[in-house]
Design a protein around this ligand. Structure first.
Ligand code: SF4
Ligand code: SF4
Length: 107
């Protein structure tokens, strides 16, 4: 497993627990990267260009910009992969995420 590098792609990521399926993010996404499936917003990472408009639009704060590897790591956790290794990587990702969120607030 690789540490996120400066070349890591950043993408929008929806917290399903916070999303209420209102669809406001789908209306503002200019690349059609978000759709509502089973009353939850889902991001097509291939279309997301990381513009962060959806982040500022979501009334629930359900969308964050994260390293592209983050959703992949989540799936690995669900499959029971090496949790200690994943925790170390998630800590690093968390630091990057905080920096990214600070940048977004300054936009
Ligand atoms: S705007 Fe937020 S709450 Fe509404 S569908 Fe999109 S992610 Fe979910
Ligand atoms: S960050 Fe931009 S391109 Fe990506 S899902 Fe949100 S609005 Fe669409």
């Amino acid at each position: 497993m690789q540490q996120p590098s400066p070349l890591t792609l950043w993408k929008a990521f929806v917290d399903e627990d916070l999303c209420i399926g209102c669809g406001k993010c789908t209306e503002v996404c200019r690349t059609g990267a978000i759709m509502i499936i089973d009353k939850k917003a889902v991001v097509d990472f291939n279309r997301c260009v990381c513009c962060a408009i959806c982040v500022r639009t979501c009334p629930r704060g359900a969308i964050r910009i994260v390293p592209y590897s983050f959703p992949i790591l989540q799936r690995e956790v669900e499959r029971g992969e090496d949790l200690d290794e994943i925790k170390v990587q998630l800590k690093g990702i968390g630091t990057q995420l905080e920096e990214m969120e600070r940048s977004i607030k300054e936009l």
